[in-house]
Design a protein around this ligand. Structure first.
Ligand SMILES: Cc1cc2nc3c(=O)[nH]c(=O)nc-3n(C[C@H](O)[C@H](O)[C@H](O)COP(=O)(O)OP(=O)(O)OC[C@H]3O[C@@H](n4cnc5c(N)ncnc54)[C@H](O)[C@@H]3O)c2cc1C
Length: 359
C-alpha cells in the first residue's frame, strides 16, 4: 500500500483518488473546492464521451485515447454503489436545410479523418427509427455509434461520498505554486503530517495549476441546462452551424445540457446574452417542444488547455502534474488516469499513451 496526496478535487482529482483507493492505496485530498465539486469544470461539463466527432476537428490521437476511455467508463461505473445515468446510443449530427454545405464539409472531413465504420448516414425511415422526434425536422443525420454521455452530477455525488468516507479530504484556500516547501506547509497545516509521509503528490488543479504549468491556458465555455417534458431524445445531438458549434447531451428526467461556446479567455463570469440567445435559438430550431422547456441553469467555466489541446502527465521534482484536459476531461480522463496508476505501480510498460507524457 502506498500513500498519495492529491491536490484538486475536480474530475481528474476525483477519478485519480477513486482508482488509487480501488487499488488499495491510502489517499489524502487537498482542494479549494467544496465536496460537491461546484468549483470544477467537470461539474459544469456536458460530459460527452465523443471520440469520433471530437477527432474530426482535431487529430487522430483524440479518437485513439477517447476510445480507450469509452471502453473504461461502463466498467468503472459498474463499480459504483448506485447506477450513474449512462447513455450509449451514440451521437447524431444534423444540419438545417440552409446549412447543407456545412454537412457536406463535415462528411468530407469525417471521411478523411475517420474509418468508414465510425459513422453511418441515416435518411428517412432509418432516422425515424433511431430518433423519431429529430426526423420531423431533419432529412438526414450522421450517426456516430461509439459515443456516449453520462450524468456528471450523479458521478460527482457518488465519488464525493465515496472519497469522503475513505480519504482524508480537506478544503483549503487557493493553493498557489506547488514546490516541496509549499507541500510541506500544506501537509502540516491541513493534514498534521510531514510531506515525506506521502509516496507521491499528484497535482490535479485544472485551470488553477497555471503557476506550475506556464503553457496552460483557459478556454471559456458556456452551457445551459433545460428540462423539456415534450422532448424525448435518446442520443446526444450536434447541430452544424457556420458560426458556432452546438451540442445537446441528454440527462435523466427529460433534462438536457446544451453548449458550448469556445472562447479563449479565463473569464468565469455569468453567461452572456449573446451566447444565451445563440444557444437557445439553436435549441429551439432542433425541436419545437423546447419552446416550453424550463431553464434550470446557465453556467460558464473554463477548460484547461495546453498548446496541443492534449492532456499530459508531467514528472516534477515533487510529484506529478496531470492536466491539460481541455474540452476532453470525460473523453480522456479514464484513459490517462489508468496510465497514471500504471506509472505509479511501477509498470511503465503497461502505459498506453506514453507519447503524450513528459516523464
Ligand atoms: C462548458 C464545458 C463543457 C464541457 N464538456 C465536456 C464534455 O462534454 N466532454 C468532455 O470530455 N469534457 C468536457 N469538458 C471539459 C472537462 O470538464 C475538463 O476537461 C475537466 O473538468 C478537467 O478536469 P480537471 O480535474 O483537470 O479540472 P477541474 O474539473 O476544473 O478540477 C480542478 C479542481 O482543482 C481545484 N483547484 C483549482 N485550483 C486550485 C488551487 N489553486 N488550489 C486548490 N484547489 C484548486 C478546483 O477547485 C477543482 O476542484 C467541458 C468543460 C466545460 C467548461
Amino acid at each position: 500500500m502506498s500513500r498519495y496526496l492529491i491536490i484538486g478535487s475536480g474530475l481528474i482529482g476525483r477519478l485519480t483518488a477513486w482508482r488509487l483507493l480501488e487499488d488499495g492505496h491510502h489517499v489524502s485530498i487537498l482542494s479549494r473546492d467544496d465536496k460537491q465539486g461546484t468549483d470544477s469544470a467537470g461539474f459544469v461539463a456536458a460530459s460527452m464521451v465523443a471520440a469520433a466527432t471530437e477527432a474530426i476537428s482535431a487529430e487522430p490521437m483524440v479518437k485513439t485515447v477517447g476510445l480507450r476511455s469509452y471502453a473504461l467508463w461502463p466498467q468503472w461505473l459498474r463499480q459504483l454503489p448506485e447506477p450513474v445515468f449512462y447513455r450509449d446510443h451514440g451521437t447524431l449530427v444534423v444540419a438545417h436545410a440552409g446549412d447543407e454545405s456545412e454537412m457536406a464539409r463535415y462528411q468530407r472531413r469525417a471521411s478523411h479523418m475517420l474509418e468508414d465504420s465510425d459513422f453511418r448516414l441515416l435518411e428517412g425511415d432509418a432516422l425515424s427509427e433511431r430518433e423519431p422526434e429529430l426526423a420531423d425536422n431533419f432529412r438526414q443525420a450522421m450517426w456516430f455509434e461509439q459515443e456516449s454521455c453520462l450524468d456528471n452530477r450523479q458521478l460527482y455525488r457518488q465519488l464525493g461520498e465515496l472519497l469522503q468516507a475513505h480519504c482524508d479530504w480537506q478544503q483549503t484556500g487557493d493553493i498557489a505554486e506547488l514546490n516541496q516547501a509549499e507541500i510541506d506547509r500544506l501537509c502540516q497545516q491541513y493534514l498534521r503530517c510531514r510531506a515525506d509521509q506521502f509516496d507521491e503528490v499528484i497535482d490535479c488543479r485544472g485551470n488553477g495549476g497555471k503557476a506550475n504549468l506556464s503553457d496552460l491556458r483557459s478556454v471559456r465555455g458556456e452551457v445551459i441546462r433545460v428540462q423539456a417534458p415534450e422532448v424525448n431524445f435518446k442520443h446526444a445531438v450536434r447541430l452544424l452551424h457556420p458560426r458556432y458549434p452546438f451540442y445537446l447531451a441528454p440527462r435523466p428526467g427529460n433534462e438536457y445540457v446544451l453548449g458550448a461556446t469556445v472562447i479563449e479567455s479565463d473569464d468565469r463570469s455569468a453567461v452572456t446574452v449573446r451566447s444565451g440567445l445563440e444557444l437557445m435559438s439553436a435549441l429551439y430550431s432542433l425541436h419545437k417542444g423546447f419552446a416550453e422547456a424550463r431553464i434550470i441553469e446557465m453556467t460558464a467555466h473554463c477548460r484547461p488547455g495546453l498548446p496541443d489541446n492534449m492532456p499530459t502527465i508531467r514528472r516534477t521534482d515533487w510529484g506529478y502534474i496531470v492536466n491539460g484536459f481541455y474540452r476532453h476531461g470525460y473523453l480522456f480522463g479514464p484513459a490517462v488516469v489508468e496510465d497514471l496508476t500504471q506509472l505509479l505501480a511501477g509498470k511503465p510498460e503497461q502505459v498506453h499513451f506514453g507519447v503524450l507524457y513528459e516523464l
